[in-house]
Design a protein around this ligand. Structure first.
Ligand code: SF4
Length: 452
């Protein structure tokens, strides 16, 4: 027998911002009265939350779209929505290529999805003989976004605080798809964090494409440090993280707040992208290598044990061997905890795609990728080895059926240890083994930390 309740499924690829958007949409759909479809069951509403940052992510969405087209052709009845970074302001081309998609929704433009979901819910209720008249359609459409917060699915949660990006790096599709920087109000963000704390969340990660841009558009003088200060006063939250940093927006006030406020983790994700000034200029990153290193120096001066992660793109248009070697030297002298490296992938619509030939051969990109991955493996193993024989403070995020728990240190290292029943709590773990990617150990006697 067909399920009486209208159901949805959200398929998500890409960054934490996309995952946060999917959770928010799920909360809105739940609020409308739909339910998430079980994994092995068809859904009435299929949503694909897509990413365009690399070709590989788009290819995965195309594969999924083709699977759903075949299901539609074989008679399955459902509405298909595509949201996220694949969807720009103009959808004419997409509509021509994928005529079986019912709704196209730009990132964070939830209204057309909620509208379609409302219609599905209404049709289903009428078919079930229930009255639809009691539904205040306008209320569900217009008010849900500002008053619906994502339902957390563990002790950690992502909280988008600033949407979009104003930087227009030449290779990047994000400003074209996510629009200009738009900050949520301080009151809205803190209300969401309080809601999360009431639902068992212990750690929040504040998100923005350039998170230190938070507040620039508000005209109130509020900035990321204002949010940090507000969260310090929220009971239940024990850690605050933030991503992704942009060196030019990282003020001394923000660095000082990270150093001084007990809940804010001394863990920076601060992409450099290249260690060469002429490459940085062609990328239009808006800073020089000296300016980047000055910010890193300031962080390390205030917090000698801060963890630093960075992003690097290899094989951007015209990247010479000498330019690449400048990047290698930067990574070797800075000793990052984590290096996220990707090969340049031209994105249609960007300045680089229109004006700069993708002229670094594929095999050179692959070699450069390997070199950076090697530096990352060595430097993160060296940094992790410092914790060997030490006791680490870990916020326990999950446990598995074999009695093993997993959590993270303040500086973001993944720790595995044998114990159960501690999810959401702070534990102290004696570290016995380290690799480049994680640490493992055992619970340190009875030294379970009380929650702050
Ligand atoms: S700062 Fe540059 S790379 Fe980062 S999202 Fe903005 S445009 Fe893209």
């Amino acid at each position: 027998m067909e399920c009486a309740v209208a159901t949805y499924r959200i398929w998500t690829v890409g960054c934490q911002m996309n995952k946060a958007d999917s959770l928010k949409l799920a909360a809105g759909l739940d609020r409308l009265g739909l339910r998430e479809a079980a994994e092995d069951q068809p859904a009435d509403l299929e949503v694909l939350n897509t990413c365009s940052v690399r070709q590989h992510a788009e290819d995965r969405a195309y594969g999924r779209l083709n699977t759903l087209r075949r299901e539609r052709e074989s008679g399955r009845d459902f509405a298909l929505v595509v949201m996220g970074c694949m969807v720009g302001a103009r959808t004419t081309d997409l509509e021509r290529r994928f005529p079986w998609v019912d709704v196209w929704a730009q990132p964070q433009h939830f209204d057309p999805i909620i509208e379609r979901a409302t219609a599905i819910k209404g049709e289903r209720d009428v078919a079930e003989g229930e009255s639809w008249a009691g539904w205040d359609r306008a209320r569900s459409m217009l008010e849900w976004e500002s008053s619906t917060f994502a339902v957390p699915n563990g002790p950690t949660a992502f909280v988008p605080v600033v949407h979009g990006c104003d930087k227009f790096c030449t290779y990047c599709i994000v400003p074209l798809r996510r629009g200009r920087e738009r900050s949520r109000t301080v009151a809205d963000v803190l209300a969401e964090v309080r809601h999360l704390a009431e639902h068992g969340v212990r750690e929040v990660t504040l998100l923005g494409q350039t998170v230190e841009a938070y507040g620039h558009d508000l005209g109130t003088g509020d900035d990321l440090a204002t949010l940090f200060e507000g969260i310090e006063r929220i009971d239940g939250i024990v850690r605050t993280r933030f991503l992704t940093s942009y060196p030019k927006d990282m003020t001394d006030r923000i660095i000082d707040a990270v150093a001084d406020l007990p809940k804010v983790c001394e863990h920076f994700n601060i992409p450099v992208q290249s260690g060469d000034d002429s490459m940085l200029a062609r990328m239009r990153r808006g800073y020089t290598l000296a300016e980047y290193e000055e910010r890193v120096g300031r962080i390390r001066e205030r917090m000698p044990h801060a963890a630093l992660a960075t992003d690097v793109i290899v094989g951007c248009p015209g990247e010479t061997d000498a330019e690449f070697q400048s990047t290698v030297r930067l990574l070797e002298r800075t000793q990052f905890d984590v290096i996220h490296v990707a090969a340049y992938s031209p994105r249609p619509g960007t300045f680089a795609h229109r004006n700069m030939p993708d002229d670094v051969p594929r095999e050179v990109k692959a070699e450069r990728l390997q070199v950076i991955e090697g530096i990352h493996a060595e430097s993160s193993a060296r940094i992790n080895r410092r914790l060997l024989g030490q006791t680490a403070e870990v916020l326990v995020e999950r446990e598995n059926s074999e009695g093993r728990s997993t959590g993270r240190t303040r500086t973001g290292q993944l720790v595995h240890f044998d114990a159960t029943g501690l999810v959401g709590q702070m534990a102290q773990v004696d570290i016995h083994e380290v690799t480049s990617w994680s640490l493992s150990g055992s619970l340190a006697g009875s030294r379970l930390l009380a929650l702050l």
